[in-house]
Design a protein around this ligand. Structure first.
Ligand SMILES: NC(=O)C1=CN([C@@H]2O[C@H](COP(=O)(O)OP(=O)(O)OC[C@H]3O[C@@H](n4cnc5c(N)ncnc54)[C@H](O)[C@@H]3O)[C@@H](O)[C@H]2O)C=CC1
Ligand SMILES: O=C(O)C(=O)COP(=O)(O)O
Length: 528
C-alpha cells in the first residue's frame, strides 16, 4: 500500500483518482510547520502540495521512503529541486491546468487597475458616492508589454488583442514566427518599459528575472505606466516600484504575488491607494484546481506503480516522438549496465557509452540514464533511479564518456559499454534484434549471442579441450540446469569465454568449484 500525504488545500474531485486506487492510502494534513512535516513524512511514499508547503532539504531527508513530490500547479520554487534530485525523488508539476485561470486573473487585475474598481467598491460600500476620484483609462489602443511569453503570457496576449491593445512581448525563447502567429511585436525589456502603458510579467522567478523590473527600468519608464504581477513576487522590485509610484512615474500597480508571502501588515502595498492586491489567487478557480489535481494525481500513480510518467521537473523532458524511438531500448540499456557492473572488478572510474546505427540520430540522454541506473544499482542498491543516476555518478567522480559512431558491425543499432576501474577495463555490446528482442552480442570483443535475462554464468578460461564437459559435469552434479550456452574465442588455444543461461541461482560453493577447475580464470554469476 502506497501512502500519499496532501499538505495543502487541493480539490477533492481532482484527487478522486487517488481515493479510488486500491493500492493507495491518502492522508490530508494542511498547515503543518516544517518540524511537523519532518516528523511524519518518513511514513509517506509521495507528497502532494501547492505553493504553501515548503518542501525543504530537511523535509526530503526526513522523507526516507519518499519517491515523488507532486506540485498541483506550475511554480516549484517552494520545492528544493537539488535536494530532491540528489535523493532520487521525482518532482512533477501540472503545468497546463491553471494557465487560463491565471491569465483571466491577470486580466481581471488589469481591468480593475484601469478602472479603479477595488478602490471605488471600498468607498461605495462605505457609504460614499464618489464619482470624481475614479477617472479610469481605456485599454483600446494602449500598449501592453508582456515579459515572459510562455503559456500564461501568450494567453494574456490573445485577450489583449481582443481588447484592441497593441502587444509587445519579450521572451528569450520566442521566435519571430511565434510572435507573428500570436500577433505580437517581439521587443526587448527596454522596448517594453519605454513604450508600454501596461506591463505584466509572466516568467518564473530565477536569478535572471529577480528584480528585472527595478530601479533602472523605472527610471526609463513611460510616464503613467501601470504594472501587473500575477507570476512571482520579486520579478518586480517592490521598493523600486513604490518609489516610482510616489514619484508619479507609475500610475498604479496590481499584485497577486509578493516577495514575502503573506506580506506583513506594514507592507507599503497594503495601504497605498494606487496599488491593488489579491492573496495569490491566480490559480484559484474551481476548474484550475480540479485540472491540476487530476493531472498530478495521475502522474503520481504512474510513478508509484513504476509506470512511465510525464511532467517531471528534475528530469529532462523527452519529446513524444523521441520517446517512441527510445522506449524499446530502455530495458536492454539498463540490463547491459547491470551485466557489465556485475562482471567488472574494482572501483569504478569511467563509463564509456557508444551508440551507433539508428541510435546516432536521436537524443540518447535518457538511455544514458538507464545505463547508469543499471551500472550504479549494482553498487548502490535500490536508492539509484533515473532521477539521481547522473548526479550519483558525478558525485562519485565517475567520468562518463558518450560517443556516437557509424560503425554498426552489421547491426541496425548497437550500444557498446566499457567500464574502467582501478583494476581492469571490460566491455559489452548489445542490440535490439527486430523480432527477437534484446541480445548481448559481444563481451570484451568476443562475439556472443546472449539473451540478457534471468541468471547467467560468465566464465573466462583458456581454450583447451574438455572445458565444456568439466563445467557441465560440475553444474549437473549440483542440479543446475543449463538452458543455453555460448563459447567465444579469438584464436584457437588462446583466451576464451563461456556464457551460460541457467535455470536457477548458482550457490557460491558451486561457483568456487568451477573456479578451481584447471584452465579456468574467472567465473562470475550475473543476475539480470
Ligand atoms: N499567481 C498564481 O497563482 C500563478 C502563478 N503562476 C506563475 O506564472 C509564471 C508563468 O507561468 P507559465 O506561463 O505557466 O510558465 P511558462 O514556463 O509557460 O512560461 C514562462 C516563460 O518565461 C520565459 N522566461 C524565462 N526567463 C525569462 C527572462 N529572463 N525574460 C523573459 N522571459 C523569460 C520562459 O521562456 C517561458 O516562456 C510562473 O512563475 C508561474 O509560477 C502560474 C500559475 C498560477
Ligand atoms: O501554479 C503556480 O505557480 C501558482 O502560483 C499557483 O499557486 P497555488 O497552487 O494557488 O498555491
Amino acid at each position: 500500500m502506497f501512502k500519499v500525504l496532501i499538505s495543502d488545500p487541493i480539490s477533492d474531485q481532482g484527487i478522486q483518482l487517488l481515493h479510488d486506487a486500491s493500492d493507495v492510502q491518502v492522508d490530508k494534513q494542511t498547515g503543518l510547520s516544517e518540524d511537523e512535516l519532518c516528523a511524519i513524512i518518513g511514513e509517506y511514499d509521495a507528497l502532494l502540495v501547492r505553493s504553501q508547503t515548503k518542501v525543504t532539504r530537511r523535509v526530503m531527508e526526513a522523507g526516507t521512503k519518499l519517491k515523488a513530490v507532486g506540485r498541483a500547479g506550475v511554480g516549484v520554487d517552494n520545492i528544493d529541486l537539488e535536494a530532491a534530485t540528489e535523493r532520487g525523488i521525482v518532482v512533477i508539476n501540472a503545468p497546463d491546468g491553471n494557465t487560463i485561470s491565471t491569465c483571466e486573473h491577470t486580466f481581471a487585475m488589469l481591468m480593475s487597475l484601469a478602472r479603479n474598481i477595488p478602490q471605488a467598491y471600498k468607498k461605495t460600500v462605505g457609504g460614499e458616492w464618489d464619482r470624481k476620484s475614479f477617472l479610469g483609462v481605456e485599454l483600446r489602443n494602449k500598449v501592453l508589454g508582456i515579459v515572459g511569453m510562455g503559456r500564461i503570457g501568450s494567453e494574456v496576449a490573445q485577450r489583449a488583442k481582443a481588447f484592441g491593445m497593441e502587444v509587445i512581448g519579450y521572451d528569450p525563447f520566442m521566435t519571430e514566427e511565434r510572435a507573428e502567429k500570436l500577433g505580437v511585436k517581439a521587443g526587448s525589456v527596454d522596448d517594453i518599459v519605454t513604450q508600454a502603458d501596461f506591463i505584466t510579467v509572466h516568467t518564473p522567478l530565477t536569478n535572471e528575472t529577480r528584480h528585472m523590473i527595478g530601479k533602472e527600468q523605472f527610471a526609463k519608464m513611460k510616464k503613467g505606466a501601470r504594472i501587473i504581477n500575477c507570476a512571482r513576487g520579486g520579478i518586480v522590485d517592490e521598493n523600486a516600484l513604490m518609489d516610482a509610484i510616489n514619484a508619479g512615474v507609475v500610475a498604479g500597480a496590481a499584485f497577486d504575488v509578493f516577495e514575502e508571502e503573506p506580506p506583513t501588515s506594514e507592507h507599503p502595498f497594503l495601504n497605498h491607494p494606487k496599488v491593488i492586491v489579491t492573496p495569490h489567487l491566480g490559480a484559484s478557480t474551481v476548474e484550475a484546481q480540479e485540472n491540476v489535481a487530476i493531472d498530478v494525481s495521475e502522474q503520481l500513480l504512474h510513478i508509484l506503480r513504476n509506470e512511465p510518467f510525464k511532467n517531471a521537473v528534475n528530469m529532462p523532458a523527452v519529446p513524444g516522438d523521441v520517446l517512441k524511438k527510445l522506449q524499446p531500448y530502455f530495458v536492454v540499456s539498463e540490463k547491459m549496465g547491470s551485466f557489465l557492473a556485475q562482471i567488472t572488478e574494482g572501483a569504478l572510474q569511467e563509463i564509456q557509452i557508444n551508440f551507433s546505427g539508428e541510435l546516432t540520430d536521436v537524443d540518447t540522454s535518457t538511455l544514458v540514464r538507464y545505463i547508469l541506473k543499471g551500472v550504479l544499482s549494482y553498487h548502490l542498491g535500490s536508492d539509484v533511479n533515473l532521477v539521481n543516476a547522473n548526479h550519483l555518478a558525478k558525485s562519485r567522480d565517475v567520468h562518463i564518456v558518450r560517443q556516437k559512431s557509424s560503425a554498426t558491425k552489421g547491426f541496425t543499432n548497437l550500444i557498446t559499454l566499457t567500464l574502467k576501474t582501478n583494476k581492469e577495463e571490460r566491455s559489452i555490446a548489445g542490440t535490439l534484434l527486430n523480432g527477437y528482442g534484446a541480445r548481448i552480442v559481444a563481451i570484451d570483443k568476443y562475439p556472443v549471442d546472449i539473451e540478457p535475462s534471468g541468471t547467467l554464468i560468465l566464465v573466462s578460461h583458456n581454450d583447451k579441450p574438455g572445458m565444456i564437459g568439466r563445467l557441465g559435469t560440475v553444474l549437473g552434479n549440483n542440479d543446475v540446469n543449463i538452458a543455453t550456452m555460448q563459447v567465444g574465442r579469438k584464436i584457437i588455444g588462446g583466451a576464451a569465454i563461456m556464457a551460460l543461461n541457467v535455470d536457477k541461482h548458482v550457490p557460491k560453493e558451486v561457483l568456487d568449484e568451477l573456479s578451481a577447475l584447471p584452465e579456468m580464470k574467472t567465473v562470475k554469476e550475473v543476475i539480470l
